[in-house]
Design a protein around this ligand. Structure first.
Ligand code: ADP
Length: 482
């Protein structure tokens, strides 16, 4: 490759395999490797959560802060899980058990503005040059937790380094009271419409979207959807203003982590030529979740946060019909208490037909993809979605709502598609109970035609869900602004 090698500083609050609550972690963990093929070196800055510090045990200190948002802190550099990392070791902000964002009762940590303000402040310092650290050509900020990076680069003294801001989910915006401004160390002139001000408070994501050189989200359809007042959650006007600087770039999948031919989590490895072997994984999954061992029953899988966004209430409402139609459900997830209780009740009501594991379980997530016949993703909105990509890769037929990245990645197996040997899944809209029921009916009918189903599975598995194409697009964007 002839282009000049670039250094990119990626800033995020999650990174697989060190800390993960959702798809953001997958992206931040996989993109650096994919960008290496584009001659781009990525260093990733993460908060010093206990798990991250443990992985970077004893990593050397690059810079010390006597007082960073209320306490001493240090920036360390090291390598873990094959990633070049910086970590913001700030015990007063990050030395807490459990979830990165909420306490044991599910309440946001009260000092989240300072916690992620500190992350952004440290990122800006790294961007401007810290001894013994390569100076990045571009900073890539992910989601609201990194949203203030361009604000510090704009409103505090020092060089202005080009920035890209990526929205992984517009529903999480990082909004805080106006009084946060001073403790964050931002000057008053930052508090304006073109700066960090957002509906009278400080908006972290808003700041990132307003102040960075390029803004992206994780699929072309979601990029278009959130420019409308119906789906823009208050930010559509700003996004429309960004015009040509606004891009939708699909996520890829780490195809080394997600590979049915080498997956160490699953009972029976397989590939597209040995699809019959999936039967072993189906039986193992049925057994694990207390489902009747029925090889010919349609087994639906779900791996999801249990929330309204993911349409989990709709799924719950169609379970009587799903079971009456002879199908089974294997669900792994955690989230809203009412939905957790609802699915637990359903498992008790339909023993052998509905199997639930409440919680987070990386290994079971792989087993569901390898063993279920069809993966359900009835999201009301979905920026990109990774579980349907995992399903494609594993020959589980995705049954998805026509929204965001789901619409961009699954090809509906309608009659014309099938006649021209296309179609990798079932796509339905609108996101209603009736449309979901109709999609389940279509799935059963296709499943009953074994050779057609198998051909769909092969096409699904042949879909390129890797990072190769998206990484090339990010690389082009970085080079435009570097
Ligand atoms: P989101 O980030 O909105 O939750 P995505 O589909 O983009 O949704 O990414 C979710 C990621 O988290 C996927 O890699 C999925 O496999 C994983 N995941 C979700 N819930 C669980 C769970 N309960 N256990 C294990 N992995 C999960």
């Amino acid at each position: 490759m002839s282009a000049k090698p670039l250094h990119v500083l990626s800033v995020a609050s999650e990174c697989f395999p060190l800390v993960k609550t959702g798809g953001l972690a997958d992206v931040v963990g996989a993109l650096p490797q994919a960008l290496a093929a584009e001659d781009i070196a990525v260093e990733t800055l993460l908060p010093g959560y206990p798990a991250v510090l443990e992985a970077l045990h004893g990593a050397p200190v690059l810079q010390r802060y006597e007082n960073l948002m209320g306490g001493p802190a240090q920036l360390r550099a090291g390598v873990a899980a094959g990633l070049a990392l910086y970590v913001l070791d700030a015990p007063h902000l990050f030395a807490r058990p459990g979830n990165p964002y909420v306490d044991a009762d599910g309440q946001d940590w009260p000092d989240n503005a300072l916690r992620f303000g500190a992350l952004a402040r440290a990122a800006a310092d790294l961007a401007r040059g810290v001894p013994r650290a390569p100076r990045p050509d571009v900073v890539h900020a992910h989601d609201w937790q990194a949203g203030l990076v361009p604000a510090y680069l704009r409103y505090t003294p020092g060089a202005r380094v080009p920035t890209v801001m990526t929205v992984h989910n517009l529903a999480f915006q990082g909004r805080f009271p106006a009084e946060s401004l001073a403790p964050l160390g931002l000057p008053e002139d930052a508090f304006q419409m073109n700066g960090v001000e957002y509906y009278g408070g400080v908006g972290f994501l808003k700041a990132g979207l307003a102040l960075s050189d390029r803004v992206t989200t994780v699929s072309p359809t979601y990029a278009a959807e959130i420019c409308t007042s119906e789906h823009g959650m208050g930010l559509d006007g700003l996004l429309r203003q960004r015009g040509g600087d606004w891009h939708g770039i699909l996520n890829g999948l780490d195809v080394r982590v997600w590979d049915p031919a080498t997956d160490e989590h699953i009972a029976q490895r397989y590939d597209a030529k040995r699809l019959g072997q999936r039967a072993v994984n189906k039986a193992v999954l049925q057994q694990k979740l207390g489902l009747a061992l029925e090889p010919r029953t349609v087994l639906y899988g779900v791996v999801s946060r249990l929330t309204w966004q993911k349409g989990m209430d709709l799924l719950l409402s169609v379970l009587p019909e799903l079971v009456a139609g002879g199908a089974q459900l294997a669900l792994l997830g955690a989230g809203d208490a009412a939905l957790e209780a609802g699915f637990a009740d359903a498992a008790a009501t339909y023993p052998g037909r509905v199997g639930i594991l409440r919680g987070y379980d990386e290994s079971l997530a792989h087993n569901i993809q390898a063993g279920c016949d069809a993966l359900l993703v009835p999201s009301r909105f979905e920026p990109c979605g990774l579980t349907q990509l995992q399903a494609l890769r594993y020959g589980a037929i995705p049954v998805v709502a026509r929204t965001g990245g789901l619409a961009d990645t699954v090809v509906d197996a309608n009659e014309m598609a099938l006649a021209s040997r296309a179609g990798t899944g079932i796509v339905f809209s609108p996101v209603t109970r009736d449309a979901l029921l109709h999609a389940l009916g279509r799935t059963q009918a296709l499943y009953a035609q074994a050779s057609l189903w198998r051909a769909m599975q092969r096409r699904a598995m042949a879909t390129d869900v890797s990072w190769a194409r998206p990484a090339a697009r990010y690389a082009a964007l970085y080079r435009e602004i570097a």
